[in-house]
Structures are given as structure tokens and as C-alpha cells.
Design a protein around this ligand. Structure first.
Ligand code: GDP
Ligand code: MG
Length: 436
């Protein structure tokens, strides 16, 4: 989508003012782009009509270039369409019960884990996961694997094939054991059918959750809209979770679903890892759709992952000039924890374009890690002792070349210098600036 829009907006470049002609031309492209992203035809048409009215009504005597102005109008309108301000989830109950719904494979189980982990990290929340997918024994095991990964208890009852009873027992277990959030993972089917709808609506009626979330795979495009409508008709759900936004970003689903069911999109899933969850911000999604990247989410995710304790220790070390390769290694591990490298790069404006065709994966740091592992503790804490013969030994041990060692040492020196510069609030200020 973003590539198409880039092209569309490009049409406007070089024109001195917004005129009927170039607006029409641009909007034709914008509409085509939206349709390509599986946005419903009617919605796309309404959208471009609104943009057109706004664009032509604009005073061209502004400081913005016509193309910038157009981007702004398209962006504002997209944001509006996707729901204005970000909305949270209702955690007022004791325990607050959150019910997951959606088709099989949409990402319910994965998202249940991500949400539990997200809430657990908020410190005041103690979540319990409840396994109500009774059709496949593997489904229960899957939730247990997820629970183990994030250190969250999973309530299940393998012999029992009554999801309503399990959900109730899970909530009772939570009450008796001091859990204040209960996340209920349910079964889905490959397509909407009556049995599934009856089952989820029975669970819904029996437990009266604070939040009923509809989980949908963002790659399913137009189908997502029909599914969302079917579930909403039965459950009148509270919010939408858009998963798999890490792949070929199809913002289209976000736009269509929101306009068809008029329910807020609350979170997005951006990968298979438990950390790959973000609050949905319509304006950031609009930026993303428009190819501006998503710096704000990236910065927030980085901050979230970053253990404050570690940060303080690190600052002390930097101040005392004790920053070494072991710390560097820790930094790399922090970066890796944030998620898949491709996701991260996709959030930096312009970077995905630059990186096109270059294969970046989680192995990107492998060479660096190998080199550091081949260093002695002394070399790691005091890299200045690394002379020519040591370099040769390290290169041999790590299966790299002296040239690569030199490169790493240079990068390391630069990084240490930069970190020293960012001390004293400079770094914080930069983060703040990026946030605003
Ligand atoms: P469920 O049947 O609704 O419970 O779906 P699952 O949680 O089992 O997910 C189905 C598949 O999608 C699994 O292979 C997940 O790893 C994968 N998946 C879930 N969420 C995401 C996401 O945000 N990004 C990507 N790339 N994969 C995801
Ligand atoms: Mg599942």
C-alpha cells in the first residue's frame, strides 16, 4: 500500500498549488491503493471524496507544499477513519475477565500470551490464562508452552470438553488464588459456522466478560470484514486485535473493519514472539500506511524492553569509562529481545525502502556475538589490550577475519564515545523529542 501511495503523492510534487486536476489525479491513485489493500470499495470511495472536499477547500497560501498538505489531509482522514485516539482495555473487574474470539489461526492463543505478558509487565496485574479450546489436545499444550515462556499460570482441564464449565472454573480459580486478570482463550474454526458462534456466545453469556476481543489476521483482507461482522452481530465485542501486521503490512483491514463494525482496534500483533505486541494508535497506523514508518512505536517498545536497573548500571559504567564488550553483548541481546530485526527496521522511516533486497534476519548479530565470545574476559573489559596477535587469535576462534575484528573495535569505540556524549540527559531529551 505505502509504495502505491508514495507514487500517488509523487504526482503532486512539482505542482504549485492544489487544483481540481491534480487532486483528482492523486485521489484516483489513492483510491486504487486502498482497493489494492482490500479496503471495501464503498469505504475507499467515501474516503477519497472526503479528502477531495478538504483538499480543495484548503487555502493554498500555507507554508506547506501542496504535496505535504495533501499528505496531511490524507493522513488526518485515515486516522479519523481508523478511530481517532487510542483506546485501552477495561481492567476494572476483580478479576477482570477478557474473552478472546476469532477464527482458527487468527492468533488468539499467541495474543492471549502476549496480552498476559504485557499486563504482567505492568506490575499491578497478575494474569491467569484459561484454555477453553477443547477440540484439539494440542491447543491446550500450546497455551501451556506460551504460559511457560512468559511465566504466567495456565488453567486447563484436559478431560473436560465443556468450554463454559472450564471458563467458569478458571474464573473461580483466579478468585481463589489472587489473580486479577483472567484471559480466556477459545477455539475457533476455519470459517464462520453456527456451532462456533453458539459456543462462543454461550461462553460470553455465562461469564459476562469485561472485555470481549475479536482477534483477526490482518492478512485476510476483505474476508476479515465479513468475519468481524459475523462475530460482532453475535457478541457485540468491545475491541479488535489485528495480528500479523509484521508481514506485508496491509493496513487495509484496519480501515475496513473499523468502518464496518465501528469498534476500536485496541492492539496489534507484529510477530510471533511474546514481545511483539503494540497498542494500536490510529495516527501511527496512518503514518505506517503512508510509508512514514513508525518511529514512535519503536521508541516505546525499546523503552519498554529496557530494564531500568540495567540502564542505571550501564550509565555508571559509561561514566567511569568501564563500558566493555560484555556490556555490548548485553545491548545486543536487548535489541534482539525487542523482536525480529525486520520488524524493527520496518518501523524506521525510509529504512525498509533502503533495505529492500537485503536480507536481514535475527542472525544479523551472529558474527559480532561470535567475535565477543572468542575474547578473553580481560579483552572484553579492557578492549585496548587487543593487539595484532590477539586479533589474529580472535579471528581464528570466531571464524571471522582480522578486518572484521577491526571493524567491530572501531564501531565499539564510536559507540562508547556516543554513549558518553548522551550522558547527562542528552539521551533522554532525544527520546522525548522523538516521542512528541
Ligand atoms: P489461534 O488458532 O487463533 O489460537 O492462532 P495461534 O495463536 O495459534 O496463531 C496461529 C499462527 O499464527 C501461529 O503460527 C502463530 O505463531 C502465528 N502468529 C500469531 N500472531 C502473529 C503475529 O502477530 N505475527 C506473525 N508473523 N505470526 C503470528
Ligand atoms: Mg488457539
Amino acid at each position: 500500500l505505502s509504495e502505491k501511495l508514495d507514487k500517488a503523492l509523487h504526482v503532486l510534487k512539482g505542482h504549485g498549488s492544489i487544483t481540481e486536476v491534480n487532486v483528482a489525479e492523486t485521489l484516483k491513485e489513492v483510491r486504487r491503493a486502498l482497493l489494492d489493500a482490500d479496503v471495501n470499495f464503498k469505504i475507499a470511495k467515501e474516503f477519497t471524496n472526503t479528502v477531495k472536499e478538504k483538499a480543495l477547500g484548503q487555502n493554498v497560501l500555507t507554508t506547506l507544499q501542496p504535496s505535504q498538505l495533501m499528505v496531511k489531509i490524507v493522513k488526518d482522514e485515515l486516522t479519523e477513519l481508523m478511530g481517532g485516539d487510542a483506546e485501552g482495555i477495561d481492567l476494572s473487574g476483580d478479576p477482570s475477565v477478557i474473552l478472546m474470539s476469532g477464527l482458527q489461526g487468527s492468533g488468539k492463543t499467541t495474543f492471549s500470551g502476549k496480552l498476559a505478558n504485557y499486563l504482567k509487565n505492568k506490575k499491578t496485574k497478575k494474569p491467569l490464562l484459561v484454555a477453553c479450546d477443547v477440540y484439539r489436545p494440542a491447543a491446550i499444550d500450546q497455551l501451556h508452552v506460551v504460559g511457560d515462556q512468559i511465566n504466567v499460570e495456565v488453567f486447563s482441564d484436559k478431560g473436560n470438553n465443556d468450554p463454559v464449565a472450564i471458563a467458569k472454573a478458571g474464573i473461580a480459580h483466579a478468585k481463589a488464588n489472587g489473580f486479577n486478570v483472567v484471559i480466556i482463550d477459545t477455539a475457533g474454526r476455519l470459517a464462520v459456522d453456527e456451532a462456533m458462534m453458539t459456543e462462543i456466545s454461550n461462553i460470553h453469556e455465562a461469564i459476562e466478560p469485561q472485555e470481549t476481543l475479536f482477534v483477526v489476521d490482518s492478512m485476510t483482507g476483505q474476508d476479515a470484514v465479513n468475519t468481524a461482522k459475523a462475530f460482532n452481530d453475535i457478541l457485540n465485542f468491545d475491541g479488535v486485535i489485528l495480528t500479523k501486521l509484521d508481514g506485508d503490512t496491509r493496513g487495509g483491514a484496519a480501515i475496513s473493519i473499523k468502518s464496518v463494525v465501528d469498534k476500536p482496534i485496541k492492539f496489534i500483533g507484529t510477530g510471533e514472539k511474546m514481545e511483539a505486541i503494540d497498542v494500536f494508535y490510529p495516527s501511527r497506523m496512518a503514518d505506517r500506511i503512508l510509508g512514514m514508518g513508525d518511529v514512535v512505536s519503536l521508541v516505546e517498545r525499546a523503552q519498554d524492553q529496557y530494564d531500568e536497573e540495567e540502564a542505571r548500571k550501564l550509565q555508571k559504567k559509561i561514566a567511569k569509562n568501564q563500558f566493555g564488550f560484555d556490556d555490548f553483548l548485553k545491548q545486543i541481546q536487548q535489541i534482539k529481545k525487542m523482536g525480529n530485526m525486520k520488524d524493527l527496521i520496518g518501523m524506521i522511516p525510509g529504512a525498509s525502502k533502503m533495505m529492500k533486497g537485503i536480507d536481514i534476519d535475527d542472525d544479523a548479530f551472529k558474527g559480532i556475538e561470535a567475535i565477543i565470545h572468542s575474547m578473553t574476559p580481560e579483552e572484553r573489559t579492557n578492549p585496548s589490550v587487543i593487539n595484532a596477535s590477539r586479533k589474529k587469535r580472535i579471528a581464528k576462534g570466531s571464524g571471522t577475519s582480522v578486518q572484521e575484528i577491526n571493524q567491530l573495535l572501531k564501531q565499539f569505540t564510536q559507540m562508547s564515545k556516543m554513549m558518553k556524549m548522551m550522558q547527562g540527559g542528552g539521551g533522554k531529551r532525544m527520546m522525548q523529542m522523538m516521542k512528541n
